[in-house]
Design a protein around this ligand. Structure first.
Ligand SMILES: [Zn+2]
Length: 199
C-alpha cells in the first residue's frame, strides 16, 4: 500500500516564519519590555512540527503516509510546551510559537484534520495521524524510500496552489515589515540581530 500522493508534504516556510514572527513582535510590543525574545528560536519553533514530522517521514518512520504526524497534534504541543516551561518559564513563547503552527496549518478545516489535531481524544487510530502500521513492508530498501520521500518534501508547490502561494507572499510581507521596523536593512543592526536574536 504505497501512497501515490503523500499528503501535506510541502512546507509553508515564509508563511510560518513570517506570521509567527509578526505575532510575537506584536506581543513583545504590547508587553513593553517584560518579554525577552530570541527571534532565531521563534523562527525555528514556528517550523518545529514540520521539522519533526518531515524528519520522521523521510528518515525514521516507514509507516508514515505524509508530512504531518504526531507533532501536528495538540497533545504533542501541550507536552512540548510543558517541557519548555519546566526548563525555563520564559520559554513559554517558544512553545506557543510551535503550537501556533497548527493554526496556520488549518487552511482546509475538515473532520479528518480535527481528528488529527485532537488525536487521540476523538479516536486513537494511528491512521488519524497519517501512520499506517504495515506500510513498511512494500517500501524496498532504506535508501529507496528515504530518497523518494526527500524528493517529495523538497518539491516546490504546484503552480496552481494559489492559497499556498498567497500565504507565502503574506508571510514574506510580514517579514519585510519586521525588517523595516527593526531597521535590519542596516548591516550593523542585521549583524547584531543575527548574533543576539533580537533587535
Ligand atoms: Zn505543518
Amino acid at each position: 500500500m504505497r501512497p501515490s500522493n503523500p499528503r501535506n508534504v510541502s512546507v509553508l516556510l515564509l508563511g510560518h516564519i513570517g506570521y509567527t514572527v509578526g505575532a510575537v513582535a506584536t506581543l513583545e510590543g504590547a508587553a513593553r519590555g517584560r518579554l525577552s525574545v530570541d527571534y532565531r528560536a521563534v523562527a525555528v519553533m514556528s517550523l518545529a512540527p514540520d521539522i519533526i514530522d518531515r524528519g520522521l517521514f523521510v528518515f525514521a518512520l516507514p509507516s508514515a503516509m505524509g508530512g504531518r504526524l504526531v507533532a501536528h497534534t495538540l497533545l504533542f504541543q501541550a507536552i512540548l510546551f510543558s517541557a519548555l516551561v519546566l526548563v525555563n518559564p520564559r520559554f513559554w513563547i517558544y512553545g506557543a510559537a510551535s503550537a501556533f503552527h497548527l493554526i496556520l496549518d488549518t487552511t482546509h478545516p475538515s473532520v479528518a484534520w480535527a481528528h488529527h489535531v485532537l488525536w487521540p481524544f476523538l479516536g486513537a487510530d494511528w491512521k488519524a495521524v497519517d501512520i499506517a502500521p504495515g506500510l513498511a513492508k512494500d517500501l524496498g530498501s532504506y535508501s529507496d524510500w528515504t530518497v523518494a520521500r526527500a524528493q517529495t518534501v523538497l518539491a516546490p508547490y504546484q503552480a496552481d496552489d494559489w492559497l499556498a502561494w498567497a500565504l507565502e507572499l503574506g508571510g514574506a510581507l510580514v517579514l519585510a515589515w519586521f525588517v523595516y521596523r527593526r531597521r535590519l536593512y542596516r548591516v550593523p543592526r542585521l549583524r547584531e540581530f543575527l548574533v543576539k536574536g533580537s533587535a
